[in-house]
Design a protein around this ligand. Structure first.
Ligand code: AMP
Length: 280
């Protein structure tokens, strides 16, 4: 029989459960997700367990971070499957708020950070990071965890979260988790479920092209030449639209990159937009 797992759907119930743990002197980690869970999400839970005695995972497909032409409606949803995986992974509590719980009538506040969110994915997805920052702020304040874990797969998002947590003095430690990959190196993603067999083969080229870009940068090639070569390689591999390939500073996403560097890419295979990034 599958293990059962405690779930709450309201802020009040979440706070009540966390308060019980706090009274018993326990520490709490939060792992926010949009569900359709895969081994990447579960690796975040593994990291969370090393930093707290109680683990809360949230599942919320946040409408505010999807553009009008994006995939909010068709985003994969599998609550029963997710709960089984979270139980197996040893999560203590799953928070699954309804949209009306997160955005009640009259909801009016937004968390915006112009400096980190206008380029890279922010250029093609204008309100995306505002939606992420607002919902993650709410999740952190609702749960009040000691630590929260986010993936480097969404590296710009991770840096945005680190910044507003610091700027707003939210009392939580943000931990980054390395990108979990499939056998051919494709970054695990809930959106991989959209790919046909042919698209899946093309998708598997992105990480190879990024690794090549990193090798050229280490060999001293100028960033602009490496970026242009990677865009050409993605197009030749069958990506239908390349949103960007950019070399940026790892700490502040600076361009030209200052200090340690990372290469970031976003491109479409058919209708599916894939992102990846790698440390140089
Ligand atoms: P999502 O459900 O896509 O919103 O992702 C929830 C969390 O899991 C975010 O912090 C993501 O960065 C992280 N995540 C998604 N895919 C991966 C992956 N392949 N490796 C590591 N973390 C990931």
């Amino acid at each position: 029989m599958a293990a059962s797992i405690a779930t709450v759907r309201t802020v009040k119930d979440l706070k009540a459960e966390v308060a019980k743990w706090r009274e018993a002197g326990e520490t709490v980690a939060l792992v926010p997700t949009m569900g359709a869970l895969h081994a990447g999400h579960l690796s975040l839970i593994g990291i969370a367990k090393n930093h707290a005695t109680r683990i809360v995972a949230s599942i919320f497909v946040n409408p505010a971070q999807f553009g009008p032409k994006e995939d909010f409606k068709r985003y994969p949803r599998d609550e029963a499957g997710d709960l089984a995986k979270l139980a197996q992974a040893g999560v203590d509590l799953v928070y699954i708020p309804h949209t009306a719980e997160m955005y009640p009538r009259g909801f009016a506040t937004k968390v915006t950070l112009p400096s980190l969110t206008e380029d890279l994915c922010g250029a093609a997805r204008p309100n995306h990071f505002e939606g992420v920052a607002t919902v993650v702020t709410k999740l952190l304040l609702q749960c009040g965890p000691d630590v929260a874990v986010f993936g480097e797969k969404d590296y710009q998002q991770l840096q945005v979260i680190r910044r507003f947590v610091r700027d707003l003095d939210i009392p939580v430690e943000i931990l980054g988790a390395p990108t979990a990959r499939l056998e051919d190196g494709l970054a695990r993603s809930s959106r991989n479920a959209y790919l046909s067999e042919a698209e899946r083969r093309i998708a598997g080229r992105m990480n190879v092209i990024l690794a090549e870009a990193c090798a050229h940068l280490r060999a001293g090639d100028p960033a602009a030449r490496v970026e242009a070569a990677a865009v050409a390689a993605l197009t030749a591999a069958g990506f239908t639209q390349v949103d960007y390939v950019e070399v940026r500073g790892s700490d502040d996403l600076s361009r030209p990159a200052k200090g340690p560097k990372r290469v970031f890419a976003a491109a479409f295979v058919g209708r599916t937009r894939l992102i990846d990034n790698m440390a140089v």
